[in-house]
Design a protein around this ligand. Structure first.
Ligand code: NZQ
Ligand code: ZN
Length: 388
């Protein structure tokens, strides 16, 4: 394994009833709470009422910050930071999925920082030598794993750049994770979030080192768990076993544990992020379109690992197959799974009508240093065209 330093400062409270049981205690040192959420699902499924009842009982001053969009924008970050400053928020309580949590992390910096956080912390990696505004999160949809890392993916609409950075200082202080809160997540978002989890694991697994290591072994176990539990949650949205496994698998994929000692790839994410910056597409759906095509481009450069993926994750019998055939059979199995869970397979199905934007998207993608083979922008364009 490669050398590593490991840190994770988020305290997780997981399971049925955890919000009722722990929220008041987690907020006892804070009076003014900035309650941040997305487009309103929490008002329809009862989560908002459950939280407000607790906050009112504790006599908290609540500042509401709703309307955080999927693929959160830098403009929304600045709006939230202004509100937090004007009202003297003591803590941000983010209730939602990756979009809400990421936006809140950026707000926690922008609310206390004098400079421009986009320029200093997203456009280029920065060094956070100050205390962000405290942040706690309540997860309502599984997928990104944002609840237990310092990652925040923000879209700058002016420059058309969507980019993520992971700062340990941005790890939420606490994460409350009640799988029952995800029962109301619609099928497409359930599938897209589950695929995002699988995607994160593959982005890590398909990178060096490839020799025997704990991270890859855990990665295979978590991938198999997602492949088992995602169809079950789609069949029965109130299947607690499936929802709880998906919720923890999402966290495990992105809490840095399975990255230890690995280079990590994330080129599919780089491409999807730019696709998102130009089209505002759903993150997990974008990945589902890109990732199999990307792997058909690079599998020969990491052949042994793709063979292992086919055999260990998809249980494809190796007999009578060359390594290349086996590797391709694993990628085909991944594609069949994407079809089974009802995600789009082409950019056209994703709703992208104008093929003319593809060259600009390809040109704007970052090239990941951790891939089995580094792509050129020309090859990214080929991948996008093949995915169309
Ligand atoms: O906005 P509301 O009305 O709440 O509806 C949301 C939204 O439409 C809905 N939803 C959430 N909880 C629900 C629910 N609907 C019904 N019942 C519930 N309990 O789900 C929709 C999607 O929510 P969103 O937060 O946008 O999804 P997700 O968690 O997939 O987050 C996507 C964002 O996270 C970034 C993505 O790029 C994207 O911007 N990522 C963040 C990462 C990180 N911080 O580590 C890593 C990822 O790779 C990813 O890039
Ligand atoms: Zn992702």
């Amino acid at each position: 394994m490669n050398n590593f330093i490991f840190e994770n400062s988020t305290k997780v409270y997981f399971g049925k009833g955890c919000v009722k049981e722990y929220l008041a205690c987690k907020l006892k040192n804070y009076q003014t709470i900035m309650l941040a959420y997305g487009g309103g699902s929490i008002k329809r499924n009862g989560i908002y009422d459950e939280i407000m009842t607790i906050l009112e009982k504790e006599n908290k001053d609540v500042i509401e910050f709703g309307g955080i969009p999927s693929n959160p924008t830098y403009a929304k970050v600045l709006e939230g930071a202004r509100l937090a400053k004007e009202n003297g928020a003591d803590i941000i309580l983010g209730v939602g999925g990756g979009s809400v949590m990421d936006c809140c992390k950026a707000i926690s910096l922008a609310a206390v920082y004098d400079g421009d956080v986009w320029t200093d912390f997203w456009q280029r990696p920065g060094c956070i030598s100050f205390e962000p505004l405290p942040l706690g999160v309540i997860v309502t949809v599984s997928g990104t794993g944002s609840e237990m890392n310092g990652g925040a993916v923000i879209t700058n609409e002016e420059t058309k750049i969507k980019t993520g950075r992971d700062y340990p200082a941005c790890n939420p202080n606490f994460a409350l994770m009640d799988p029952e809160y995800t029962f109301s997540v619609p099928k497409l978002q359930t599938a897209s979030g589950g695929f995002d989890t699988l995607s994160h694991i593959m982005e890590i697994y398909f990178s060096e080192p490839d020799e025997n290591n704990v991270s890859d072994d855990i990665a295979e176990a978590v991938m198999k768990s997602v492949i088992r539990n995602l169809p079950a949650a789609l069949k029965d949205p109130a299947d607690y076993t499936a929802r709880s496994n998906l919720m923890w698998a999402a966290t495990m994929a992105e809490n840095r544990v399975i990255k230890l000692g690995k280079k990590t790839d994330f080129e599919a994410h780089q491409i999807e992020h730019q696709l998102g910056a130009y089209t505002d597409c759903n993150h997990g759906c974008g990945l589902a379109v890109i990732q199999p095509t990307y792997y058909r481009h690079i599998y020969k450069d990491g052949l042994k690992k793709f063979v292992r993926f086919a055999a260990n994750v998809w249980k494809i019998p190796p007999r009578g197959k060359t390594d290349e055939e086996l590797a391709l059979a694993g990628i085909n199995a991944l594609e069949d799974f994407i079809k089974e869970i009802g995600l789009p397979k082409t950019l056209r199905e994703l709703g992208i009508e104008d093929k003319g934007i593809l060259p600009e998207i390809a040109q704007s993608c970052n090239i990941s240093p951790g891939s089995y083979r580094q792509l050129t922008h020309e090859e990214i364009l080929e991948i996008l065209k093949e995915s169309y």
